[in-house]
Design a protein around this ligand. Structure first.
Ligand code: FES
Length: 103
C-alpha cells in the first residue's frame, strides 16, 4: 500500500539549515520556525517589552503572540506559523523588535 502524505507537506524531506542568532539550526520541509528551534533545544527567542523576560512558543497555534521573532530582518513574525525556509535568519527579538530600515 502506498504511503499517503498529509496535505501541505512538501515532497522533499531533506533537512536544511536556518540560523538562529548566527548559529546553524536544522529544519525539515514543512516545519515551522518554532518547531525547528525547539528541535535544536532553543525554547526562548524574544524578550518582553517590560522586564525583558524570555519568551518562546506558548499556544503553538497563532493565538498568543508569545512566539514573535525577527525573521530575515522582519520583526513580529509568529514563529509557530511561519514555515522555515532554507537560509532563513532568525534573530532574538527584543521587546517590540526593530525592522532593518536604516541604510
Ligand atoms: S505560540 Fe502562540 S502565537 Fe505562536
Amino acid at each position: 500500500m502506498a504511503r499517503r502524505r498529509a496535505p501541505g507537506v512538501p515532497h522533499d524531506t531533506a533537512a536544511f539549515d536556518i540560523s538562529f542568532d548566527g548559529r546553524p539550526v536544522r529544519a525539515l520541509p514543512g516545519q515551522t520556525i518554532a518547531a525547528a528551534l525547539w528541535g535544536a533545544g532553543v525554547v526562548a527567542w524574544r524578550t518582553t517589552r517590560v522586564g525583558g523576560r524570555p519568551r518562546g512558543a506558548f499556544c503553538g497555534i497563532g493565538q498568543c503572540y508569545d512566539c514573535l521573532a525577527t525573521v530575515n530582518g522582519e520583526p513580529n513574525r509568529r514563529a509557530c506559523l511561519v514555515a522555515a525556509r532554507p537560509g532563513d535568519a532568525v534573530t532574538t527579538q527584543e521587546g517590540n523588535g526593530r525592522a532593518g530600515l536604516a541604510v
